[in-house]
Design a protein around this ligand. Sequence first.
Ligand code: NAP
Length: 281
Amino acid sequence: MKDVCVITGGGSGMGLAAAKYMSKEKRIIISGRTLSKLENGVKELQALGYEAYAKICDTSKRESVKELAAFAASKGEIKNMINCAGLSPAMSKPETILRVNALGTVYVNQEFSKLMHPGSVIIDIASNSGYMLPVFLANKKIYALADKDERLFIKKLMRLGSFMKDHYKRAGLAYSYSKNFVIWYAAKCAFEYGKRGIRVASLSPGLVATDMGNLEETKDGGSLIRYTAEERMGTPEELGYAIASLADERNGYLAGVDILCDGGSVHGKQEFKKHKGLGGL
Ligand SMILES: NC(=O)c1ccc[n+]([C@@H]2O[C@H](COP(=O)([O-])OP(=O)(O)OC[C@H]3O[C@@H](n4cnc5c(N)ncnc54)[C@H](OP(=O)(O)O)[C@@H]3O)[C@@H](O)[C@H]2O)c1
């Protein structure tokens, strides 16, 4: 049986870029909600010599994630799950952002881990926005509800942003929450699934020139570029390589942590560039 690598949000951006750094010995399954995007991605991968498949999946729906996991298992042993699916503040409303980014991660990790074996890997893509959330707002008691009572989990997170009038700022707060949650949840899963030999870690990109990143760059996201070490956005290829190497089974001791791959923007903003007339936190 061949090994299988599944990438949610794999029809574009960092997910598709990561697929191109995976081993050609593996069957690659890219998924998302838009078939035309996935079909184009599959063509690109096949032209590079990959055995690739497209499978529609909306990660905010558990049944859809279950179908993706069953499809992947029918193609071989699932070795890598790379969860790149996500929506940003300029793309959607707060509740949808929380459902896709946060609950989507819960469904993907839970449903895939049931079918994964020792030596397999789950990588959840978070964001440097998860680091921008003030520590006192990152309420782990609320995060713990995601496994037990998802209706209350969404309700409580929505309430935290309800005082904001500006739609984009509200969506931005929901995005930060969703990604701070992903970092926490991936670490939690690492300790749960680690007992079964499944490695879990997360990776937080900074602003990257994908469809999403280019859209956010025209909004508030662009303000972070000046805090990076080289004062530029990342490329999908740079992030694709970082994600693929984190997902590589040979990186077996990298578990339960978040890899901040943001060109230095978080540390630049917090410490190294804050005194250069740019303002601090
Ligand atoms: N680009 C940045 O600056 C940046 C920075 C930090 C973190 N990130 C994170 O990196 C990840 C990859 O984003 P990207 O930059 O590569 O942008 P992208 O090209 O827009 O990729 C996001 C992918 O997610 C898919 N998607 C959205 N909602 C989905 C859903 N409900 N179910 C399944 N798939 C869904 C989209 O396809 P469909 O619309 O066809 O479903 C799309 O292919 C995201 O999690 C994002 O939050 C991005």
